[in-house]
Structures are given as C-alpha cells and as structure tokens.
Design a protein around this ligand. Sequence first.
Ligand SMILES: Nc1nc2c(ncn2[C@@H]2O[C@H](COP(=O)(O)OP(=O)(O)O)[C@@H](O)[C@H]2O)c(=O)[nH]1
Ligand SMILES: [Mg+2]
Ligand SMILES: [Zn+2]
Length: 370
Amino acid sequence: MIGAMPVTEGTVVRRVNNVFWVLAGDREWACQVRARLRKEQGSVMIGDTVRIEGLDAANGIGVIAAIGPRRNTLHRPSVANVDQVVVVVASDEPEFQPATLDRFLVLVHMSGLEPRIVWTKTDLVAEAVARDRVERYRAVGYAATAASVRRDSLGDLPAWLAGRITVLAGPSGVGKSALVNALSPGLALREGEVSVRSGRGRHTTTYASLHPVHGGLVADTPGYSHLALPPWPPEDLAWVFPEAAPHAATCPLSKCSHRTEPGCRVVSSGVLTDTRRASFLRFVEELDEAWRQHQQSSRKNEGVTKWSGGAREGEGRRLVRLPGEARADSRRLTNQRLRDQLDDEADDAGESVEEAVSPWYDGPRRRERP
Ligand SMILES: Nc1nc2c(ncn2[C@@H]2O[C@H](COP(=O)(O)OP(=O)(O)O)[C@@H](O)[C@H]2O)c(=O)[nH]1
Ligand SMILES: [Mg+2]
Ligand SMILES: [Zn+2]
C-alpha cells in the first residue's frame, strides 16, 4: 500500500547515538526526535511511551512527535516507567552477602518501587540452602524465587515479566546478563564481563536497552559495587524494612530510630532477626552520618539564602522532610557531595565514578496531567 502509515504509539527500547528505536506493535522503528519536542520536553528516555509519526514502513523509520507522561524515572540505568526492579543475587560465586541484598532492597524501596528477588546460580549450593534463603525473604514479604541458568530453571521470573518494564539490578558477576540471555535465546548479551575503568572518571555513555521477553521488557544493568544510601532521616529506615514498618507505625516513642530504645515497638516485636537486624543496625549508622552531613550542608545553603534575602537571623526555612518532591529535591542537592565522596572510594577500588553512585536517586515523579 502506498501512502503514510497511521500515527502510532510505542515504547522506546534502544538508543544508538541520536536514533531511538521504538517498539510499536511487533516491530521496531528507527526514529529521530522532532526538534521542537526536544526543546519542549527535553530528551527522550528509554522506557518512554512515545507517539511516532511519518512512518516509512519500507525503511522502518519514523519521527518521535510526543512523549507520554512518565510514571517514574530511574538513573544509572536511565529508564522511565519502570514497573519493578528485580534484585539478582548469586547463591555463590560471588558469595551471598545478606547485607548487599538488603542494601539493594532498601535503595529500590527508597526510589518508590517494589523490589523482587532472584537467587541465581542455585546449582552451586545445596537445595536446602537455596530454599531456606528464598523462604526467609518470602516470610519478610518479598516476592522471591530461585534460578539457575545451568539447570535451565528460571523459577517465577518469567511469570513476573509479562506486561511490565523490569530492571534487573544487583552486584556484578551474579548472573544478570545470563538470566536475560536465558529468557531470550538468541539475544547473546555478553556474560562474565567485569566493568573496565576507562581512564579517569566516566565511562563513555552507554544507554540501557529494553529486551522484549515473555510479554514484557527487561533491562540488564552493569553491576554496582559501591552503593551509598541517600540522606534519609535515620528514624525513617524502618519504613523500608517491610517486616518492621507496621511496628514502626505504632511505636510510641517520638524520633525513635528503632535500634535499642527501651519501649520501642520494633525492638519489642522482635521482627528483625539475624542478618536483617544486622543490616538494619548498619544502615541506621550510615544514615546517621549521611543525614547529619546533609543537614549541615542544607544549613549552609540556608545561611546564604537568608543573607541575600535579608531575612532575620534564625528565621531560615524549615527543612521539609518526607515525602515526595521535597525529598527528591534534597537528594538532587546532595548528589554532588555524594559524588565527590564516592569519587575517592571509586578511585581506591579502581572503578568508574558513574558506577559508584547509586542508580536509584530520583524517586517517583508526580504524574503530569495532560
Ligand atoms: N554456575 C552458574 N554460573 C552462572 C550462572 N549464571 C551465570 N553464571 C556465570 O556467572 C558469570 C557472571 O555472569 P553474568 O551474567 O555476566 O553476570 P552479571 O555481571 O550479573 O551480568 C558468568 O561466567 C556466567 O557464566 C548459573 O546459573 N550457574
Ligand atoms: Mg552483565
Ligand atoms: Zn521505635
């Protein structure tokens, strides 16, 4: 048939330089972004729902004419409209570290998303060990499953993917790329690649790709080894430990960090046990420090504002906490400080800074009304 195809909607799944690949129906279109759109709405993100026009079916090309409202955005990898983050941990090689898993879980919760858990490489441990770990986290309230690509067993993972945009996250070497390959034979993502440090500082920008698998879209991510918790009030940590949250809600103490305070309901409930409790105590201490530093730098900023605005001494804006936008703003403010701090850590570890900064900074964005 001759003539323009109708305008259609699709999802941005890949980017190569300034060409965005849009999945619409059962095919991908190579699209440029209309110049006016770039000016009005900024750059297109992987995961964006877009309207494409001027489709040329013979050459598979089109133009992105509009970006739909974003439900949320993640950074590193930069992906919009993420429905879930699946945290991948290895049963062994690298050795399972509960604190590392808990840190990923907390970071995903803090960005407003629900984490799920896959233990992969279960071929490397006794079946009972694998089962116990999964059961433990299920008891806490997480969707958790076991997998082994060596044994062609992917557990509940395929069922979780349908109709959703999923990001796989987790330390490097745990088997994320191998899982995506197993989900989509023929894809052949490179496995066993440890991130290489490229000179001083940043990797050349590589964009996340979304792969169509089991009726959904999945993004593989590089591993992150240094993950700092963002500056949250330490007393809010219990909100991102699902087993502790209901008890924190009824804790009678004010400003309680739910550590060891006499009369604390989280403590007396005994819900935090063993490694979960160890993670909790460790993270509270990290937040103590991160939050204290954050408040110091906020006070400094307020001082400047007061002076230039001529406001009276001691009358600075109160620091607004939780939830939503204010928190997201404070995260953006402290991003640079964290980046500086992590720069040093990354240097020590011989890794790039991009990887060192937590990928989960921007919380959910308020949905814009058209
Ligand atoms: N024994 C075993 N090895 C695996 C499994 N999945 C991945 N691997 C190996 O673990 C290494 C790291 O895998 P990769 O997918 O690159 O990890 P990523 O860094 O998380 O993407 C590779 O050598 C894989 O072959 C598994 O289920 N069992
Ligand atoms: Mg990989
Ligand atoms: Zn308490």
